[in-house]
Ligand binder design. Structure first.
Ligand code: NAD
Length: 295
């Protein structure tokens, strides 16, 4: 009985200090989201310009909030004060929730996760924000895989409500409960899913993108498809526009992983419009040109 009580307490223990590894699009967004909800967070990267970008992103979101009257000077100061940028591992020693958001490369992630485990306390929880790498395979780089799971935010983090919490084969129930509690504290909606290619959202989304690509290859006009899906069917945006938001590099990589993982549901085609656009450096919104041109 007593043990159960202790476990329940551990499972809901409040995060005192989070850490985000990688201050890119996602790391910057996750650090902002923790900070704006009052959770102190260390944002660690390997390069000062990356940290500057991450902090700049947080300031931009806050400035927009101020313009709309949703953020006041006090909230802006509190949020920025809650983010501690750093280039040193020693800065995450006290962190009890670590969210890895470095480049989507299994080798780099494996090294970063191992270095993290060597730095933090034994009961700290470690998560990965990977979109496509198996949580079970990443867990192999850790001595204590039971304290590890996926914590998959969506881009842009401050606007997308969902966080997928991915349970690896060795993830403990306490870890899942603590990450669910942290997600709620960050103002997001958690769902717990098992480890599989694409988890839940990308497992639905990428076969949809593949269907769209096939339509375009069969002669459909991408803008006409978007118009149907958006204006008539009623979705917030059509597939071509959504691919411009996701980015052709990210989409091309992820669709390859998904096609390998669920070949019965989608195939990777060589002249896929996403691959062709990526090849001609039309990456989408991030470089101003994709299916559409952005001013
Ligand atoms: P990004 O390229 O914008 O940022 C990656 C950051 O990691 C860079 O700032 C880089 O300097 C840093 N980095 C590299 N090696 C490091 C190390 N050893 N230690 C600390 N920092 C290091 O990438 P991103 O788009 O933010 O993606 C990060 C992760 O989030 C990836 O796993 C990606 O799959 C996932 N993800 C991305 C999206 C998206 O739409 N971009 C959405 C959900 C999840």
């Amino acid at each position: 009985k007593g043990k159960g009580k202790k476990q329940a307490k551990a499972a809901t223990k409040d995060v005192k200090q989070a850490a985000v590894l990688g201050a890119g699009i996602m790391g910057g967004g996750i650090a902002y989201q923790a900070a704006v909800k009052g959770m102190p967070v260390v944002m660690k990267d390997i390069a000062q310009p990356a940290l500057d970008l991450g902090l700049g992103e947080a300031s931009k979101i806050l400035a927009k909030g101020m313009q709309r009257g949703k953020v006041d000077a006090k909230k802006m100061a509190m949020t920025l004060n809650n983010i501690t940028p750093s280039l040193e591992y020693s800065s995450i020693k006290q962190s009890d929730l670590i969210i890895e958001a470095v480049v989507e490369n299994p080798k780099v992630k494996g090294i970063v996760l191992k270095e993290t485990e060597e730095t933090v306390a034994d009961d700290a929880i470690i998560c990965s924000n990977t979109s496509t790498i198996s949580i079970n395979s990443l867990a192999e780089s850790l001595d204590k895989p039971e304290r590890f799971c996926g914590m998959h935010f969506f881009n842009p983090v401050h606007r997308m409500p969902l966080v997928e919490i991915i349970r690896g084969e060795k993830t403990s129930e306490d870890t899942i409960n603590a990450v669910v509690a942290a997600t709620l504290r960050m103002g997001k909606t958690p769902i717990v899913v098992n480890d599989c290619p694409g988890f839940l959202v990308n497992r639905v989304l990428f076969p949809y993108f593949a269907g769209f690509s096939k339509l375009v290859l069969d002669g459909a006009d991408f803008a006409a498809v978007d118009k149907v899906m958006e204006k008539i069917f009623g979705w917030p945006m059509g597939p071509a526009y959504l691919l411009d938001v996701v980015g052709m590099d990210t989409a091309d990589h992820a669709s390859g992983v998904m096609a390998d993982g669920i070949p019965e549901r989608m195939q990777k085609i060589d002249n896929d419009p996403v691959t062709v656009l990526y090849g001609s450096e039309r990456l989408g919104q991030k470089n101003g040109k994709g299916f559409y041109n952005f001013g």
